[in-house]
Ligand binder design. Structure first.
Ligand code: M6R
Length: 612
């Protein structure tokens, strides 16, 4: 995730900026940069580099800026709009080079703003949404910098944590927050800003966290907060009291847990601007598919590995249910070698969090050779699969650092359902049916929040099963891919042997393994399959297997068979896998924690599998 730092004082800013960026490296990023305001007359110098902060340090050595400059801002970028490259790295300059901006978040209306600015003669140097803010501040110039920034932000829709410097007001930094964290601080003769308190630890004596809608002016030794409308705002400053190492994970014990808790926000970012309630459909511009092209498709083949494969299986069900188009999922490693049948009217949907998985990439290349319409659903912007597919959907889930995929899975499910909805509205869904799906998708972040609130209860259930050696996960319909995903989560981080099965398949073999030492996690939220899965729970209990049941709130029937119930909020069956998988993630996490395993970096596993 992107990081912001800024410093203004009586000593050189650069050492703080580079050190602050290093302290945020744990968040994951793909490029870094700084802007320094100094000299007489004052000017702004920008240095940027792709890769680690070390690469930026090298760029600073190769082309040293005015190192005495006592005011500056810095950024680590995780690409969302535009590939990771120097021209897309922050800070971004206004056309006249007198304003520099660093930005976290997403400017929803940047396309519209960019067109309006182009019409006034502005030329853009990057593909980012953020650059538009630097141009707007120049365009809105008049009065002080903070007034110009306030006028510019009034035109912006979306989320931001932002820091702005101007050669016209050296020694000042203007910062603002809406939906993306900003903390400001002071120490003797200096003021700081960061998006993450880790960057201020041991530097600022006192800090204040901005609220959404706050705008602040930093000068050496002080800061002043006001509203966007210019009203004074009081934000109490307090000593910064924390262990920097703990803050690296945002206070969470593991990145995996942090990422599980980031899922509501990840889903919001994935859904933002893409759901059209009035039309009962979804807008996915990156697919570049019109109604005629969608109507001409004869089938959808999804391909992926691991967790992405399970999301794809869920997606295949949604394509058939919403769009009435034949859909199937293939393991990418099979697809690439078994000479599958694809035709020019086949849509091949490749799924990958990293966008670099070797087998998935090979499947994309094979499908292109065969003339299929190739689409990608990736998290990492500018990744090889996204680039080679050429058309697709980005998840905007933010970086995943834990090896176990969590938020990418949920966002893949959301992205595939939006795609299936779009296809469905072109082919057979009515506006009212589409609108109901839109409503269900819009509720996903809240469904996840409701399950996260049960973290402690799930931890207590995990305590009762952490000593097991084997486990089964069972489900039907949309809960079948969720069962496969739950078992994968448990085995990869806890090293407990776990298998996911269709609930009906249990009696065709695996039931022979059940006894009082083998827990079964049964996924039975309300829906067309709930009664049958309850029947399967009884079969498991008849073999003395302990059962953990994930059911809909208020569904008391399963209580007759087990005390270990996790309740998820009521929702349509095609989105119920989302809250269910969150419960599974927390269960796996707590089992692994209780067993003392290295959750973020399980043995033998890599985050990105770039070999066959
Ligand atoms: O980056 P990708 O989504 O292509 O990765 C695919 C699998 O390697 C990945 O999902 C893996 O199964 C995870 N460790 C699961 O948590």
């Amino acid at each position: 995730m992107c990081g912001i730092v800024g410093f203004t004082g009586r000593t050189p800013a650069l050492p703080f900026l580079v050190d602050g960026l290093r302290r945020m490296e744990y968040r994951g990023y793909d490029s870094a940069g700084v802007a320094l305001v100094g000299g007489d007359p004052a000017r702004i110098e920008v240095r940027r580099a792709v890769g680690k902060v070390d690469a930026l340090a090298e760029a600073l050595r190769a082309d040293p800026p005015d190192e005495s400059a006592a005011c500056g801002i810095g950024h680590t970028r995780w690409a969302t709009h535009g590939a990771p490259c120097v021209r897309n790295a922050h800070p971004h300059l206004s056309p006249d080079g007198r304003v520099a901006v660093v930005h976290n978040g997403i400017i929803d209306n940047f396309l519209d703003l960019r067109e309006r600015l182009r019409a006034k003669g502005h030329e853009f140097r990057s593909d980012t949404d953020s650059e538009v803010v630097a141009h707007l501040v120049q365009e809105c110039r008049g009065g002080s910098l903070i007034e110009s920034v306030a006028r510019a932000l009034a035109l912006v829709r979306g989320t931001y944590g932002i820091a702005v410097v101007s050669a016209d007001e050296p020694g000042r930094i203007v910062v603002a927050r809406r939906g993306s964290p900003v903390v400001v601080g002071t120490a003797d003769g200096a003021a700081f800003v960061a998006s993450d308190p880790a960057a201020l630890a041991g530097r600022a004596d006192r800090v204040a966290f901005l609220d959404d809608g706050d705008l602040a002016l930093l000068e050496p030794g002080s800061f002043e907060v006001r509203s966007l409308a210019g009203e004074p705002v009081v934000r109490e400053a307090a000593p910064l009291d924390f262990d920097p190492a703990a803050v690296e994970k945002g206070g969470y014990e593991h990145f995996m847990l942090k990422e599980i808790f980031e899922q509501p926000e990840a889903l919001e970012n994935c859904l933002r601007g893409r759901l059209l309630p009035d039309e009962g459909t979804a807008k996915l511009s990156g697919l570049r598919l019109g109604p005629r092209e969608i109507a001409a498709l004869s089938n959808v083949v999804l391909t992926a590995c691991g967790t992405s494969y399970y999301a794809g299986l869920h997606g295949a069900y949604a394509f058939e249910q919403f769009a009435g188009i034949p859909a199937r999922i293939e393991q990418a490693a099979e697809f690439r070698y078994r000479n599958p049948i694809v035709a020019p009217d086949t849509a091949l949907v490749s799924l990958s969090q990293s966008g670099e998985t070797a087998d998935t990439l090979a499947a994309v290349r094979e499908a292109k050779r065969k003339g299929a319409l190739v689409l990608s659903v990736c998290n990492a912007v500018g990744s090889t699969i996204a680039r080679e597919a050429g058309r697709g959907v980005y998840l905007h889930a933010g970086p995943e650092i834990g090896v176990a995929s969590t938020k990418a899975f949920l966002c893949q499910v959301a992205a595939l359902e939006m795609m299936a909805l779009l296809f469905g509205r072109t082919r057979r869904l009515s506006g009212a049916e589409g609108a109901a799906i839109v409503r269900a998708l819009a509720s996903l972040p809240d469904l996840v929040r409701a399950v996260l609130a049960k973290n402690d209860a799930i931890a207590r259930i995990a305590e009762r099963h952490a000593g097991a050696r084997d486990a089964f996960y069972i489900g039907r319909g949309y809960q079948y891919p969720a069962a496969l995903e739950g078992a994968l989560k448990l085995k990869e981080i806890s090293y407990l042997h776990a298998e996911g099965y269709h609930a009906a398949e249990l009696k065709h073999g695996p039931i022979a393994l059940l006894d009082e030492k083998v827990p079964v996690v049964a996924l039975a939220p309300r829906g067309p399959d709930r009664d049958k899965t309850l029947g399967n729970i009884q079969e498991c209990r008849a073999r003395n297997a302990p059962v953990v049941a994930i059911v809909t709130e208020g569904d008391a029937d399963a209580r007759a068979f087990t005390e270990d119930l996790v309740e998820v909020p009521p929702c349509p069956d095609f989105v119920a896998a989302v809250p269910v998988v969150v419960a599974e993630q927390l269960f796996a996490y707590h089992v692994a924690r209780l067993r003392g395993e290295p959750i973020d970096k399980p043995r033998n596993l890599a985050k990105s599998v770039t070999v066959e």
